[in-house]
Every structure is written in structure tokens, then in C-alpha cells.
Ligand binder design. Structure first.
Ligand SMILES: Nc1nc2c(ncn2[C@@H]2O[C@H](COP(=O)(O)OP(=O)(O)OP(=O)(O)O)[C@@H](O)[C@H]2O)c(=O)[nH]1
Ligand SMILES: [Mg+2]
Length: 298
């Protein structure tokens, strides 16, 4: 009798996503399947970039935020790692965020959100070490190597509120912010279709320093100067103040972050460029360019 052939059970293997932060290539691949919104959160070391992301994630764990509900994320492990030092399980006495290292490069965090009418938005928010942005201030060419700056619809520049609240650091921090924006515009990394947010972080520290009333006019002045210098090079320039995570609990978690989120989700799309029609279309590409998207038709 012939030996029975060994039968391998047909087990269908399912590959689960790792849930780690995404690279630019991975975001581009996801964009091909479903168009999302990209926001670049940038700023000096310790300005609060990673804490902002962590605070948003934590708020959505508790329910609706900024009139949106959490639908899912392909970077859940990444968010959990960011949140680790703010969890009791870490053994830390006060909530903290681990520093982001230059070697980690560019990382995107993903949030799929739905509004009241169940319209879904896939948001990809970038994070990377502040040192990279700091060195770009003096070497604008370096900004050209950072893809998040040119692909994001909204570029969110964080300004460290704790440093602004220190009299001796105020002017240095304001000057550095201006230099950073100038470097991005001068190196033509930012385009007129992009929205710029200037965000003062750690509002709790500013309030507790008792210098809130003197910090605010300086920020207003900074934004006015940015508008007069670069207003025509960018779609909008707006000022925000947040307290992503106040360790004393006086400010609600993610205070002010809902306004940022709304802009990230709803910011107007780049204007539709019409091709001059003073010559007949010669190639198929010319003909495609003449097709004005339905959204732009009256
Ligand atoms: N008081 C207060 N502290 C904050 C707030 N947001 C962030 N921090 C603290 O600021 C420090 C720096 O925050 P991070 O989020 O790590 O800053 P970062 O911009 O990601 O810094 P790099 O990764 O070094 O570029 C951490 O100790 C945070 O706990 C806030 O709203 N209030
Ligand atoms: Mg960080």
C-alpha cells in the first residue's frame, strides 16, 4: 500500500501591520489607495512636537475631539511608544515624552477621523528630531532634503512657550522662528498653496510664569511681520496657542489642539492652475492639463 502523502493544511497566513510610524514612501503608497491630508509639525528641540501627537492620540482614546471621532490608525504601536512615559506603567513620577533622535529620521503618524456626517479624513502628521530643523535655519538648502515640508498642506511651526516665558530667551526664540520661516520660503520649499501655523506651545508654563500678557503682543507682532514679508508666498499664516500636556492638570489635555486639527483636516486645497489657452494642445499631457477638475467648475 502506497504511503499516504503528507497533507499540509492550507492555512491562510495573514500579515498584520506592525503599527509603527510610517516613512514618506509608505505614506505615498497609502495616498494612492485613499487620498489623505498631510501636516508637517516642525520646530526646535523640546518645542513639544511629539507631545502634541501623543496628546491628540490620548484625547481620541477618550472619545470625540474637535468634532471628530477616531476611526482607526495604522500607527497604533508608534502612538503607544510615544505615550509610554506619560503612562503610570512607565513608573515615571510626572508625564514626559522621550526625545526624538536625528537617527529616527522622518516619521508619520496616522489618524483616520470622521466628522458628524461620517465623512472620513486620513490624517498623516510628521515628526522628526528638532535638531534637524534647527540646523536648517542656518543652512536653508538642508530644508530641500526634508520631503515633509513640500508635501504637507499645512506646515505647523511650534514655538516653545516655556522659553518664550523666560525674558532672557524671548527674543532669541522669536528670531529663530522668523529665520526658520524665512529659510523655508527663500529655499522655495514652501509654496503659495500651503498654510503656515505658528503655534506657541506650553501655554500652562506661560500662564504660570505670569508673563502671558507680555508674551502675546510679541507673538502677534511676529505673525504680523511674517504676513507682511511672506503673506504673498503662502496661502495663510495664523497664530495658535496650545497646552498639549499640562503636568499640573490646570489645562485640559490637548488644550487648543482642536483648532490645529480642524485646519489640518479642512484646510483649503491648493488652487487649481489653469493652463493658458493661447496655443493649441500639442501632446496628450497638454490635453490632460486643460481638463479643469469638476470642483473648480462653476
Ligand atoms: N508644561 C508643559 N510641558 C510640555 C507640554 N508639551 C510638551 N511638554 C514637555 O516638553 C518637553 C519636550 O517635549 P517633546 O514633545 O519631547 O518635544 P519635541 O519637540 O518632540 O523635542 P525633540 O524630539 O527633541 O525634537 C517634554 O518634557 C514634554 O513633557 C505642555 O503643554 N506643557
Ligand atoms: Mg520629539
Amino acid at each position: 500500500m502506497a504511503a499516504e502523502a503528507e497533507v499540509t493544511p492550507a492555512v491562510k497566513k495573514t500579515k498584520f501591520p506592525q503599527g509603527d510610524p510610517l516613512s514618506q514612501l509608505e505614506v505615498d503608497a497609502q495616498q494612492l489607495q485613499r487620498a489623505g491630508r498631510l501636516a508637517a509639525v516642525i520646530g526646535d528641540t523640546s518645542s513639544g512636537k511629539s507631545t502634541l501627537l501623543c496628546a491628540l492620540y490620548d484625547r481620541f482614546l477618550r472619545g470625540e475631539f474637535g468634532e471628530r471621532t477616531f476611526v482607526g490608525s495604522s500607527t497604533l504601536c508608534g502612538f503607544e511608544k510615544l505615550a509610554h512615559l506619560s503612562r503610570a506603567a512607565s513608573g515615571a513620577q510626572t508625564p514626559d515624552t522621550e526625545r526624538t533622535f536625528v537617527s529616527e529620521g522622518l516619521q508619520y503618524y496616522h489618524l483616520a477621523l470622521a466628522n458628524e456626517s461620517r465623512h472620513r479624513v486620513d490624517l498623516f502628521v510628521s515628526d522628526r528630531a528638532g535638531e534637524t530643523y534647527r540646523s536648517g535655519m542656518d543652512r536653508p538648502d538642508e530644508f530641500r532634503q526634508l520631503p515633509e515640508l513640500s508635501v504637507a498642506r499645512v506646515v505647523t511651526v511650534l514655538v516653545d512657550g516655556a522659553r518664550l516665558a523666560r525674558k532672557e530667551e524671548l527674543h532669541e526664540v522669536l528670531g529663530a522662528t522668523r529665520r526658520m520661516v524665512r529659510a523655508m520660503v527663500d529655499s522655495e520649499v514652501l509654496k503659495s498653496s500651503q498654510h503656515l501655523q505658528i503655534v506657541q506651545t506650553k501655554q500652562d508654563d506661560v500662564e504660570r510664569s505670569g508673563r502671558s500678557a507680555s508674551v502675546k503682543p510679541h507673538l502677534d507682532d511676529l505673525v504680523q511681520r511674517l504676513k507682511s514679508d511672506f503673506g504673498s508666498s503662502l496661502a495663510t499664516i495664523d497664530l495658535f496657542a496650545i497646552a498639549a500636556r499640562d503636568p499640573s492638570g490646570d489645562f485640559v489635555p490637548a488644550y487648543g489642539c482642536d483648532d490645529l486639527l480642524t485646519t489640518w483636516c479642512d484646510a483649503a486645497e491648493p488652487p487649481v492652475w489653469r493652463v493658458r489657452q493661447d496655443r493649441a494642445p500639442a501632446t496628450q499631457f497638454d490635453r490632460l492639463a486643460l481638463v479643469v477638475p469638476r470642483r473648480a467648475r462653476k
